[in-house]
Design a protein. Structure first.
Length: 171
């Protein structure tokens, strides 16, 4: 037996020897395989951290294999993540519109005038109009809800539309 039985990856001296012996090889492996796409130093450190966290389950003879496998997988995962980020950046929704500030101002003014005009309508016309135009209910449904005839509903909506056109005619 050339190796003593107490040699364990969890032993700080053994771990330090492994780091000293394998860190540069691991760095070169990552750099040669993946180039400038990742930072090899980070992956080397992450691989050694994983080895330390799994030191009880990893025999010293398999430490090198463990490190290279972990470093390779970490790098592949990062590259996959970079692809997702890049794809998202390409298809990122636009945060701006082609609407001018003047258009946006006029639109808000129009909404305010429309709301004011609707609020001025008599209750019967306002209710029938909003049920029809906002909630999308048919004349028959509105008549049943309000307990009036279908013709009365049509008249209320028609009158409401005429009033609204007059109120906001300048727009």
């Amino acid at each position: 037996m050339s190796k003593p039985l107490f040699e364990n990856v969890c032993d700080e001296q053994v771990f330090a020897q492994l780091h000293k012996k394998l860190a540069q090889d691991l760095h070169n492996f990552i750099f040669y395989k993946f180039g400038n796409q990742v930072i090899p130093e980070d992956k080397v450190q992450e691989a050694f951290i994983k080895l330390w966290n799994n030191c009880k389950e990893t025999p010293v003879e398999k430490a090198k294999s463990f490190l290279f496998t972990v470093a390779n997988n970490l790098t592949l995962n990062e590259l996959k993540h970079q692809k997702v980020v890049h794809k998202f950046q390409e298809h990122k929704p636009k945060e701006h519109t082609n609407e001018s500030p003047q258009f946006i101002l006029e639109e808000s003014e129009y909404k305010m005038k429309l709301e004011r005009a609707i609020s001025k309508l008599p209750e019967g016309q306002r209710v029938a109009f909003l049920l029809n135009r906002i909630e999308g209910k048919r004349h028959k449904e509105i008549a049943e809800l309000l307990g009036i005839s279908r013709k009365a509903v049509e008249k209320r909506i028609y009158t409401a539309l005429s009033t609204l056109r007059k109120e906001i005619s300048e727009i």
